[in-house]
Design a protein around this ligand. Structure first.
Ligand code: NAD
Length: 305
């Protein structure tokens, strides 16, 4: 029996390990990326194929996954000159796994539906380590029957939960990252205040982690990537976090929900993105907080171990 095919557009930090896991689960994966050389290399590694453009991919499979930086790029990939929609047959399913803007995705869904193409959103949490392990948390929005049909593909990458209408997965994802981004920032400010008072930052992290102030950043990022002064958590760019927190604010505005604390958090991530530039890891926002404070957190040797 021939293998079931899946197309994947976007083979970056997340897309590449996701492709490996789809292949491992028995799917014939067809890769598409602006970096066609990388697509060819990865296809060679996983026994997959390459589509030169999204339009070419449209005729090669019934299911296409997108894992791209943002909704503007997704729009270009779907509706641009050589975009998927230009050649998409009726019945094609698009699974939009990027952390995109739910309102943009709802618009894409309506446009694709006009030509009989179904769209669901299925963004993920867990970062590169869990993309590699195939244990991502996947939040799905859209038609439940389309989700059920796509679930075998999603299951090769993690565990999927249906959370609501089209866009609901991306709203959930942005709100998750809002919580994560806020937890990171407040923790760094606490370390700076504590160090100025005379506390040891490493000891503070230990105490936080066995107290009610513990969060994912205090547990999994502060010693590893901040107090080590490594500022490279292995794959989640500052620009992506700033985008996600901005999307959460778009959702707040669209739902007319006052969120002043979140707005301050979003402004700080946007400022850090301007200040530290493209290519910076999200943990590098610490440097902006240190600039505000006028001193640096002390490097902890123990933290790097
Ligand atoms: P990335 O920048 O590493 O990869 C993006 C890929 O898309 C690259 O291979 C790039 O060449 C390709 N691409 C860009 N424009 C394209 C186009 N027009 N046509 C085809 N390919 C194009 O990004 P990433 O870290 O893999 O993140 C992808 C998505 O996953 C983002 O929406 C991000 O917010 C989300 N996400 C990332 C992480 C993480 O830890 N990196 C975690 C959860 C969710």
């Amino acid at each position: 029996m021939s293998k079931q095919t899946v197309g994947l557009i976007g083979i970056g930090m997340m897309g590449a390990p996701m492709a490996r896991n789809m292949a491992k689960a028995g799917f014939q994966v067809i890769l598409c990326d602006v970096d066609t050389a990388r697509a060819r290399e990865l296809a060679g590694e996983i026994g997959g194929e390459v589509a030169e453009t999204p339009a070419a991919l449209a005729g090669m499979t019934e299911t296409v996954v997108t894992m791209l930086p943002n909704s503007a790029i997704v729009e270009a990939v779907l509706f641009g000159e050589t975009g998927l929609a230009s050649a998409a047959p009726k019945g094609l399913t698009v699974v939009e796994m990027s952390s995109g803007d739910p309102n943009a995705t709802i618009g894409f869904g309506a446009k694709l539906a006009e030509q009989g193409v179904q769209l669901i959103d299925a963004p993920v949490s867990g970062g590169v380590p869990r993309a590699k392990a195939g244990t991502l948390t996947i939040m799905v929005g859209g038609d439940e029957a389309v989700f059920k049909a796509a679930n075998p593909v999603l299951s090769s990458m993690g565990t999927a939960t249906h959370v609501g209408i089209l866009g609901a997965g991306q709203a959930m994802k942005a709100l998750n990252n809002l919580v994560s981004a806020g937890g990171f920032l407040i923790g760094i400010e606490a370390l700076l205040i504590g160090q100025k008072f005379g506390l040891d930052a490493g000891v503070m992290v230990d105490i936080l982690n066995s107290s009610s102030g513990m969060n994912n950043s205090t547990k999994n990022k502060f010693k590893q990537y901040v107090l080590s002064r490594d500022f490279d958590a292995g794959g989640f760019a500052l620009s992506l976090m700033a985008k996600d927190v901005g999307i959460a604010m778009n959702v707040a505005h669209a739902t007319k929900t006052p969120a002043p604390f979140s707005a301050a958090c979003a402004d700080l991530w946007a400022a850090a993105n301007n200040m530290l530039g493209q290519g910076a890891d999200h943990t590098a926002i610490t440097r902006m907080c240190e600039t505000f404070a006028g001193f640096e957190l002390e490097q902890s040797k123990e933290a790097a171990q």
